[in-house]
Design a protein around this ligand. Structure first.
Ligand code: IPM
Ligand code: MN
Length: 368
């Protein structure tokens, strides 16, 4: 697919700064490869509350559902902390996830040797950790009914609920991905306590029989959070429900050096959604120091999963790796000895330069 209508939802905090760099890279790819990518920007989250009085204006939903893919920055602002859940900026994000229908949130966590010194764990333990998290995104505690406060807010409750169908469809995504990787799925649950997890384990075990070539393990979420730190290289695909996936992927991001590095793709619905794993980081918003690499890597995932432009996706990922290998850092990755600490936009430009070099090399090669 070389023609894409992309709806861009910059959102809050550092969202606009990092999405700008992801769009820069997509525009560069389109120009140099002769693709037709068009961008339409819409409001979401706190920004949308301020402008339109709603975290998810109707116009935003309408534009998103008419596009081929959605690129989102981040959502959330302390300014709206006192609002009820349904009116918070985060409700906009949950609402758009639901409207687009993607239930499988792919979050690759890959250790780049160049920034191994940014990881809190020893380089020899981190090794070449390369984990693909498949986080269920439309169920569990985030969406389960009933939910609410009771009495005079003297108690509160949420519901963790999964149907067989919801478990199976996300499970399939994990097994299929594993087939293209190291053929191992670790399904994470809390089956020693929760009925939902017992059902999850049963369904995934049954499904696993359809994939005899893929090795299936089950792990309790507490044990998994520990093993991620002690033995990160033993994982391939990690499959889990919504809340466990939210928590474990922040942990994995820290392991890989910075929350700013991780990208995500949400697939399986009508329209795919791409967003970095990090949040709006209000403390550094507007300073031009945020790490755009997670957002840029999300753009690469868009080219892979929606546009099926695998070579271009890989070129972007290679460019990210090369920029890091050349010693360029954003503030979150910087060490006292770092030579080049770049702003958000300079980091974006640096990735563009590397990409341009790679394309020139390829053209020179084809010319001889
Ligand atoms: C994420 C975020 C969101 C989530 C929040 C902002 C609603 O933490 O994408 O990981 O919990 O899914
Ligand atoms: Mn999260």
């Amino acid at each position: 697919m070389t023609k894409l209508n992309i709806c861009v939802l910059p959102g809050d905090g550092i969202g606009p700064e990092v999405t700008k760099e992801a769009v820069r890279i997509l525009r560069f790819v389109a120009e140099s490869q002769g693709y037709d990518f068009r961008f339409t920007e819409r409001a979401i989250g706190g920004t949308a509350i301020r402008q339109f009085g709603s975290a998810l204006p109707q116009e935003t939903v309408e534009t998103c559902v008419k596009s081929n893919a959605v690129l989102l920055g981040a959502v959330g602002s302390p300014e709206f902390d006192s609002l009820p859940s349904k009116e918070k900026p985060e409700a906009g994000l949950l609402g758009i996830r639901k409207a687009l229908g993607g239930f499988a949130n792919l979050r690759p966590a890959k250790a780049y040797p160049a920034i191994a010194d940014c990881s809190p764990i020893k380089a020899e333990v981190l090794g070449k950790a390369d984990i693909m998290f498949v986080r269920e995104l439309l169920g569990g505690l985030y969406f389960g009914q009933p939910r609410g406060f009771e009495g005079n807010r003297d108690s509160a409750f949420n519901t963790m609920r999964y149907s067989v169908e919801e478990i199976e469809r996300v499970g399939r995504v994990a097994f299929e991905l594993a087939r293209k990787r190291k053929k191992k799925v670790t399904s994470v649950d809390k089956a020693n306590v929760l009925e939902v997890s017992q059902l999850w384990r049963e369904v995934i075990t049954m499904l696993g029989k359809e994939y005899p070539d893929v090795k299936l393990d089950h792990m309790y979420v507490d044990a998994c959070s520990m093993r991620l730190i002690t033995h990160p290289t033993t994982f391939d695909v990690v499959l889990t429900e919504n809340l466990f996936g939210d928590i474990l992927t922040d942990e994995a991001a820290a392991l890989c050096g910075s929350l700013g590095m991780l990208s995500s793709a949400t697939i399986g619905g009508n329209i795919d959604l791409y967003e970095p794993v990090h949040g709006s980081a209000p403390d550094i918003a507007g300073k031009g120091i945020a790490n755009p690499l997670g957002a840029i890597a999300s753009a690469a995932m868009m080219l892979r999963h929606t546009a099926k432009l695998e070579d271009d996706a890989r070129d972007i990922e290679d460019a990210i790796r090369e920029v890091l290998e050349a010693g360029y850092r954003t503030a979150d990755l910087a060490k006292p000895k770092s030579k080049w600490v770049l702003s958000t936009s300079d980091m974006g430009k640096m990735v563009e330069n590397k990409l341009s070099e790679a394309l020139d090399r390829r053209r020179a090669y084809h010319a001889v």
